[in-house]
Design a protein around this ligand. Structure first.
Ligand SMILES: Cc1ncc(COP(=O)(O)O)c(C=O)c1O
Length: 326
């Protein structure tokens, strides 16, 4: 029975323009979007890049769907050797949110057999999608959950009411972070990450409300400015190819990916309170012969923060620390 009256819950504040009004489904996480596609499409096998996190692999293991790993070219495009067999699908990650154009070409080639992982490209809003696309709001904003799924118009997907609203989340870490208590919130953050992979639900009302009030134009502008600034300073020392690093007019990046020569340890940045995550430690020791380039990326690539909370002062501090540890 619904309780009437009593103390207030979080006040819904949505007043801005939502970013994903045309998504087909608004679910709780990227993993739930993949889980939904696996339930509907029941593929014979799915090609997944070796350079990915374990979280992406969870729904495949849960649904017992065979995986085939593929490698990446020097510009992080899909290895040209990949040929989809009957009933197979392929996941392509839009790395760092920098690959919208490459992905559009792949959508022409593979159409609905392509599942685009836009978890690093939250601002990408495909129009009249030929392929499937999913993203993850937590990677870009302070919300407990949220992942939007885009599909071709004629794709038969369950209606949103199939699932309950997500109530299985933690959000106290968001408040602790706001209060400057980043370490105190870390365990809760991890617990929330885990819960987001547990069951498919609709996005929580809390995240929907917060995401409805975000100034997306401002967030996009700041991310792009920070990225361009770091790129201007680090370009000549970055081993990643310019064709990847070039920021297209529409792209809103996740981070600035820096592959320095000689390598810099993540820990050296963490010691200076620069939290550049390692994408992805688990990939270094993952089973599978070869994939040396992918393991190198996992070991050595620094995912430098450029998000909308940060400005020129923080970018300069990152540059100072990089110079000091080089
Ligand atoms: C590349 C990539 N794909 C998919 C996921 C899964 O997204 P979510 O955590 O929203 O389920 C993640 C992160 O966990 C990721 O880094």
């Amino acid at each position: 029975m619904n309780v009437v009256g009593g103390y207030f819950e979080w006040e819904p504040t949505a007043s801005g323009e939502p970013l994903h009004p045309h998504a087909r489904l608004a679910l709780n996480s990227g993993r739930s979007c993949v889980g939904c596609l696996l339930n509907v499409e029941k593929p014979a096998a799915v090609w997944v890049p070796f350079y990915c996190c374990d979280a992406l692999l969870e729904p495949f293991r849960a649904a017992d769907i065979p995986l085939k790993h593929y490698g990446l070219e020097p510009d992080l495009s899909v290895s040209p050797g990949v040929e989809l067999g009957r009933g197979e699908r392929i996941v392509v990650i839009n790395y760092f949110g920098l690959q919208n154009k490459q992905i559009a070409a792949l959508a022409d080639r593979w159409a609905e057999c392509l599942w685009v992982d836009n978890t690093q490209a939250f601002f990408h809003t495909p129009e009249a999608p030929k392929a499937f696309y999913f993203n993850s709001a937590r990677k870009f904003f302070g919300v407990p959950d949220g992942g939007y799924l885009y599909s071709p118009d004629d794709a038969a997907l369950p209606s949103p009411e199939t699932w309950q609203r997500n109530a299985n989340y933690r959000f106290e870490h968001l408040i602790l972070r706001e209060q400057g208590e980043i370490f105190a919130g870390h365990e809760i953050f991890r617990e929330n990450e885990r819960r987001n992979g547990e069951a498919i639900t609709q996005i929580s009302r809390l995240s929907e409300s917060i995401l409805g009030g975000v100034d997306y134009a401002q967030a996009a502008r700041i991310r792009r400015e920070n990225y361009q600034y770091l790129h201007g300073e680090l370009d000549s020392r970055n081993r990643l190819q310019e064709s990847l690093l070039h920021l297209d007019a529409e792209a809103v990046p996740f981070c600035y990916p820096f592959l320095p020569q000689p390598p810099i340890l993540h820990q050296q940045l963490w010691d200076q309170q620069i939290f550049a995550p390692q994408l992805w430690a688990e990939c270094v020791s993952r089973d599978g012969r070869g994939f040396d380039w992918e393991r190198e990326l996992s070991r050595e690539l620094l995912s430098l923060p450029i998000d909308q909370r940060l400005g020129r002062a923080e970018m300069d501090r990152i540059l100072e620390v990089l110079d000091a540890v080089a």
